[in-house]
Design a protein around this ligand. Structure first.
Ligand SMILES: [Zn+2]
Ligand SMILES: [Zn+2]
Length: 286
């Protein structure tokens, strides 16, 4: 059963949009366009509205570093990534291999990934990839992705990673990701989520790179993709069930650094978003 409350929302009884009584929230780790607002988004389980976290609530919580751990699952040594490319667009597409290399490079970088050991987070590897030949509908919800992952596991098209890994979902051009009423490239760039709380399956969702707002460094779509992917991979690893792992108030550890953004690349060349480093008291730099 999904954990319906985090430290931020545990006392919130009503939806701030419509006033309906709320039994719990769908928590999603979201990167927003621009330099602020990335956070653990809260969607009411009853009405689906995205709620604003009232200042009265966040004011009582810690809003500035250090990052604090709340007991949820984090990534361990040997955990695996598996890339899922959804749609015929990806067949014979050179980005499949290029993204595979980026996932390997990000996961194995001794500094960018290795220094997450301060959070009790290990290093894993890329287990493989799979192209779903049938096309998704024009908008894909988190629920749709969860169903697709479970379908692919049942048909043995992809490995069952259980709680020891996560799937990266890549959508083709022209397909929007949706979170309740929110749409990719409008309200958010990308996100990470879990199908069933601490039980997983865990996944990141990367819509095809948005044309504006989601790349602070240049206009190259592949660099847009790795900026988002690196952030979602780090935040999934440190906070697998959004809001229950390492967070700074209602922000995950890259969200905080998005507000103090600097363009950074790892030694293999990929652009990556910084994460907050408790040990140095600053955002990661190469
Ligand atoms: Zn919450
Ligand atoms: Zn509502």
């Amino acid at each position: 059963m999904e954990s319906a409350r985090c430290v931020i929302c545990r006392d919130m009884a009503r939806c701030t949009a419509c006033g309906m009584a709320v039994s719990g929230f769908h928590h999603v780790g979201v990167r927003k366009p621009g330099l602020s607002g990335s956070s653990v988004m809260h969607y009411s389980k009853e009405c689906g509205h995205r709620v604003d976290i009232p200042v009265a609530v966040t004011g009582a919580s810690q809003l500035s570093p250090p990052a604090v751990y709340h007991g949820g699952p984090v990534w361990k040594d040997g955990y695996r990534w598996f890339n899922i490319f959804w749609g015929s667009f990806w067949q014979s597409n050179s980005w499949v291999a290029r993204i595979g290399k980026a996932v390997k490079d990000i996961e194995s970088d001794p500094s960018y990934s290795g220094e997450l050991r301060q959070y009790g987070v290990g290093m894993g590897k890329l287990a493989g990839d799979y192209i779903v030949g049938t096309n998704p509908t024009s908008s894909v919800s988190a629920g749709d992705i969860g169903k697709e992952i479970q379908l692919l596991i049942r048909s043995a098209s992809i490995p069952d990673l259980g709680t020891e890994g996560a799937y990266n979902i890549f959508l083709p051009p022209g397909v929007s990701a949706t979170l309740s009423g929110d749409r990719s490239c409008s309200v958010f760039c990308d996100y990470h989520d879990t199908v069933d709380g601490n039980h997983g399956p865990f996944f990141t969702c990367e819509p095809y790179p948005c044309q504006s707002g989601c790349n602070q460094c240049n206009s190259d779509p592949f660099d847009t993709l790795t900026q988002g992917l690196s952030e979602e991979m780090v935040e999934l690893k440190t906070d697998m069930n959004p809001g229950t792992g390492w967070v700074i108030g209602n922000e995950e550890i890259c969200d905080y650094c998005d507000q103090h953004f600097e363009c950074n690349r790892i030694t293999t060349g990929e652009y990556v978003n910084a994460w907050y480093d408790n040990s140095s008291g600053s955002c990661w730099t190469p």
